[in-house]
Write a protein that binds this ligand. Structure first.
Ligand code: LLP
Length: 416
């Protein structure tokens, strides 16, 4: 059972000011979750979460997280600019990018961000552009497959990110020779993990690398960045991660591996996106058509432009029909958007209560990698984003796109 943070009455009020479709975020949920994360890692004095801006690039959301003590993980020029605009600069920015253009490194350096290098060759590239900063991080890719117990979680060997261990060690030595003084280690080995073992398993691998680095080169790391990857239960049957258990698991590995090696001062960083925001966002959409052909279709006023994950990954997003929470799910529908793409379906063969035109549907867990992945195919426009504030009021935190926005880049080119 998944319960939305809005109900039918609330949505009927909200649509008087803001028509569907829209994304809405739950400030209370976001803050409570951020506090729990902080509590889970309170044992580590240097701990900091750098929220992955790519997941939910909205200034209002970033400001909430800033107030909760988070920094920001940026991956591009515009994310860096947004971070600066919300007043997050200097070491409160982690710049974790790959295939990075020169101007992005330049801006990151200008803002004083901690730069996390994806490759050994980026050392000279960065040095030529803006020199090597005192604090620098390197991204590690151990290759092969990444398993927890007997389950293969992902294939780092196929991933474009990070350096091999030999390259990593050479990188630290080279960076030190070029004047760097504080060193970090970063790795992201599996996405959307719904297990309390992911971070502890990753942490142990990285802690062992830190010990080996010290033994082989004498270089001591200042921070280890566990990056993102802690997942959420998209389906109602999945058991949510327990962040306190996860924090305890990382602590245990820290005490077993780092402390005995004299590395008990290393700060732990995270770069979570999905875990911080996904459950606290809904896409709210209205049923506008029903179609009875070879299958039963419900057409809604949102489409993959508003939420791409089902079309792109076949991702499951739970749907609640507002006002019909307790009705039997005895209809089978494809819930579709209006794109000229047959994969523009929010649900396929989904058991739902009978849906009537005008019903409001909540599409769950869209707070991260939801609005953010939007695009403009078929000339469809991106929706507004709303915030359900802690006091129960709703405010708009991004207006919907208009045709003028869509045509803005053609200004001056209509007659070319
Ligand atoms: N740090 C780095 C360097 C990343 O590349 C990412 C996500 C994160 C942190 C945050 O990861 P999270 O905690 O959200 O898993 N579009 C996909 C997800 C792609 C994730 C890309 N990197 C999706 O919708 O599932």
């Amino acid at each position: 059972m998944k319960t939305p943070f809005v109900n039918k009455e609330m949505v009927e009020e909200i649509v008087k000011d803001f028509p569907t479709p829209f994304h809405i975020y739950d400030e209370k949920g976001i803050r409570e979750n951020a506090r729990k994360l902080k509590q889970a890692f309170a044992w580590n004095p240097g701990y900091k979460e750098y929220f992955a801006v790519k997941a939910t690039p909205n200034p209002a959301i970033l400001r909430i997280l800033k107030e909760e003590g988070c920094g920001l993980d940026c991956s591009s020029y515009t994310e860096l600019l947004m971070s600066e605009k919300v007043g997050v600069v200097g070491s409160n920015i982690m710049f974790s990018s790959n295939d990075t253009p020169a101007e992005e490194f330049q801006l990151a350096a200008k803002l004083g961000a901690t730069i996390n290098l994806d490759d050994f060759t980026h050392i000279d590239f960065l040095n030529d552009i803006c020199g090597i900063p005192e604090t620098i991080s390197c991204r590690y890719n151990p290759g092969g497959t990444f398993s927890i117990a007997t389950t293969i979680m992902d294939n780092p060997g196929d991933a474009k990110y990070g350096m091999t261990k030999d390259q990593l060690f050479d990188a630290y030595v080279k960076l030190k020779g070029m004047g760097a003084k504080n060193f970090g280690l970063h790795s992201f080995l599996a996405s959307n993990t719904v297990t309390n073992e992911y971070y502890p398993t990753l942490a142990k691998i990285l802690f062992e690398v830190a010990v080996e680095l010290k033994e082989k080169t004498g270089i001591e790391l200042s921070f280890i960045n566990l990056s993102g990857g802690v997942g959420i239960p998209y389906t109602p049957d999945q058991k949510p991660n327990d962040i306190l258990t996860i924090g305890e698991g990382v602590k245990k590995a820290y005490e077993e591996v780092l402390v005995p090696a004299g590395l008990g001062n290393i700060s732990i960083f995270t770069e979570l996106g999905r875990f911080m925001l996904a459950p606290y966002g809904h896409l709210v959409t209205k049923a506008i058509h029903e179609k009875h052909t070879h299958k039963e279709y419900i057409g809604v006023d949102a489409c993959a432009v508003n939420l791409m994950r089902p079309a792109m990954y076949g991702a499951y997003h739970h749907i609640t029909v507002l006002g019909k929470e307790n009705e039997p799910c005895n209809y089978t529908y494809d819930v579709t958007g209006s794109l000229c793409e047959n994969n523009d379906k929010f649900a396929i063969d989904r058991k739902l209560p009978k849906i009537d035109k005008g019903d409001y549907l909540v599409i769950h867990d869209t707070g991260a990698h939801g609005f953010a992945m939007g695009y403009n195919y078929n000339g469809k426009l991106k929706s507004a984003e709303l915030l359900l504030c802690e006091d129960g009021s709703t405010k708009m935190i991004r207006r919907a796109e208009t045709p003028e926005d869509y045509f803005a880049t053609l200004e001056g080119y209509w007659e070319v």
